[in-house]
Ligand binder design. Structure first.
Ligand code: ATP
Ligand code: MG
Length: 225
């Protein structure tokens, strides 16, 4: 489902030097597999997910999603592949401020393989506990509620691969547990692969060890409960 080889990304530091943030020799994920990566703040988690999603361009290496090499595509084809296959729960949500909760989810679906399906969008929003907030705008929601909209929007498209960036970072323990359980349940139902990144031990502790990582960033570690 996902294969990463020799992926590298550097940024220019304020001093003008290059700092390598991501160096992933090999990483893969099978259909339906659920994996969490542990990494401290600043270790490159978001950068790694943005490279996989094709939002950032890698300096070198390949990302292949469901048989298509994302890194070889033009920007517009990358956008289409992302819409067709990926559900990305952004760390900072990226909700459209001028649209209601329901519209945010429906709009997300309109670029996806199943089209805008308001009934399904409502259903998913109900599952994240927001059926009473459908007509609110993002700035009328608590931060945790906005995070749950982001979860619903990512799952509503029935993606093949879900990327989850600290998906419970703004939720209290109870809502965090529920949101994580929902994400994992929906992925299982749809045989979607899940790649979650976090520094939260409560979240990481719920994932099982995987022994076959060929290698990751020094700073990015697979979870070992
Ligand atoms: N556009 C950029 N230009 C320069 N440096 C960047 C840029 N984006 C990220 N970085 C640097 O890359 C490093 C990794 O950032 P990233 O956002 O991937 O970390 P993270 O693991 O997601 O952290 P957090 O847990 O705090 O979200 C940081 O040191 C950051 O300063
Ligand atoms: Mg981050």
């Amino acid at each position: 489902m996902l294969a990463v080889t020799n992926l590298t990304k550097s940024f220019v530091s304020p001093e003008g030097g290059l700092v390598q943030i991501v160096h992933v020799p090999a990483f893969s994920l099978g259909a339906g597999e659920q994996v969490a990566l542990r990494g401290e703040s600043g270790s490159g988690k978001t950068t790694f997910l943005n490279l996989i999603a094709g939002i950032l361009t890698a300096d070198g290496g390949t990302v292949t999603i469901d048989g298509t090499e994302m890194t070889a595509l033009s920007e517009s084809k990358r956008d289409r592949l992302r819409a067709a296959k990926l559900g990305y729960i952004f760390q900072t949500f990226n909700l459209l401020q001028g649209y209601t909760v329901l519209e945010n989810v429906v709009l997300g679906m309109s670029f996806g393989p199943h089209g805008a399906d308001r009934a399904h969008a409502r259903e998913v929003l109900e599952r994240v506990g927001l059926s009473h907030r459908l007509d609110h705008f993002p700035n009328q929601l608590s931060t945790g509620q906005q995070q749950r909209v982001a979860v619903a929007r990512a799952l509503a498209n029935r993606p093949r691969l879900v990327l989850a960036d600290e998906p419970t970072g703004y939720l209290d323990r109870q809502h965090g547990r529920e949101a994580l359980a929902l994400i994992r349940e929906v992925c299982r139902e749809q045989n979607a692969a899940l790649l979650l990144v976090s520094h939260d031990e409560e979240v990481l502790g719920q994932f099982e060890t995987r022994k076959d990582f060929a290698g990751l960033n020094e700073a990015l570690k697979e979870v070992r409960p």
